[in-house]
Design a protein around this ligand. Sequence first.
Ligand code: ATP
Length: 561
Amino acid sequence: MTSESANPSSTPAATRSMDDIVALCRRRGFIWQSSEIYGGINGFWDYGPLGTELKRNLKEAWWHDIVRCPGRGPDGELIDMVGVDCTIIMNPKVWEASGHVGGFNDPMVDDKETKQRFRADHLQGMFGAIESEHAPAVMKFRNNLVDTTVIPLRTFIASNPSEAVSILEHDKRMQKDLGIRKIRFTPEHVGERFRIALADIGDGERCYYIDVIESGLLEKAAERVPSPYTGKPGSLTKPRQFNLMFITFVGAVQDEESKAYLRPETAQGIFCNFWNVVDTSRVKVPFGIAQQGKAFRNEVTPRNFTFRSREFEQMEIEFFIRPDQANEWYRFWRDSRYAWWKSIGLAGDNLQLREHEKEELAHYAKEGAGVCDIEYRFPFTAPGFGELEGVAHRADFDLKAHANACGKGDKLRYFDQERNERYFPHVIEPSAGADRGTLALLCEAYTPDGARPSGVFMKFHPRLAPIKAAIFPLVNKDGMPEIAEKLYMLLREKWAVQIDVKQTIGKRYARMDEAGTPYCFTIDSDTLQDQTVTVRHRDTLQQERLGIDKVQAFLSEKIGG
Ligand code: ATP
């Protein structure tokens, strides 16, 4: 694709093989299968020494730029942001109020021959082929004992209970008459065709209503849609619901009462502590609460290395604003999060910002400002993209839901002193994955180069590189190891650096190329004479001499710190 070759700093996704990247990750200790000696466990991954540093650098860059040193908002004021660190297991009522217990389900189908499992709504043709819009038409139907004239306005199929459908938003009259803005499905409605219609109820009175006009569509579609693995229709099972939350039990007895969940997102810990933060910090709307931490989803089909894992880490911001500020803050977060991923090395054509179509909305309410994904073109999604971070206007859905569910309701409205009014703040949520981010950094950094002994080097942004510099005594004698160790002891106070005395210098460079170390300093016989070292630049392979007393300042300038 032309766009892929337009930016030389970004390796086109098509030329990067995921197998090669996974092999390097394994060989060099970035990422391993969890419990590998027992054959692993599907959907769980461990980070080795290099991967741990890389992921930690990503999380620290995020924490630094978001919580400690955020910039200015659209109003020109410095952004107010605080951090929290909440538990993985919360009171189960949290997940009822948030909609996860009822709505966090995916319909899935199995291929009977290959035993592969898919999300039904990911299956091409599952819905598209059977969806249709009724042209407005007048028909008669018998409703109880009264003959009624019905005008069907629109039909739609409930495809996934975790999605709300906003089909009503264009028709204010219909919204008002139906008393709803969004239709949220429960799992049993998946695969049912709904109709919105206008009915003549006699004496010139009309009313809008919604009803189910056909059921079992998912089952019928599964019979008809060809399996992506066998290409044959009829090899898929009927879709079944699958709740993505891991269940556990708190206490000695395992029954309904002691049932609890591993959190499927970090966001709810933030919402539940919103009032604590307001009461104990000096924050005022607009302000944000940030959290990093583990989340767990019993994904139907974990795959694509760490991209879809069952245990993963999130980096989430809930930014609380006045309802009338939603648009400007939504645009601000959308653009600044996109710019941030660029700033840490995903600068090429492999990164894109995609606004959601209205139909794709998630299960929480959204009333206008928007939802977008920041996406990366992974080798396994190319030429398509996969989500790294979602930015969503969640309105006041979560705060209100928790206020109502805990029984305090409107009493928990935020008091805005400046305006002397009470309201539930709206929320803009930028929600990113630390593991998907790390994977994108690995894929982006992977740079084949036949001219090097390693055949490849990892071109990490220096800020993210797991090892910032390596120190090599050319030979393990003549006082060189001692000078190297002294330099190492000085540099390690500030940066992740390594000293390596083994093997030939070429092999040591090759190891550092695979680790993505931006600079190597070699102590050789000249060092003994003139106190200079050789600096080798990872990306250009250039070498230059530098006074040993200048090394620290050199790294500060190149890397910061
Ligand atoms: P997807 O549609 O890919 O399942 P999602 O829209 O459900 O993702 P969110 O609920 O918005 O994801 O979660 C926010 C972020 O958490 C995602 O952008 C992603 O980076 C990360 N994330 C979500 N699910 C997983 C997973 N199974 N494995 C790794 N990271 C994940």
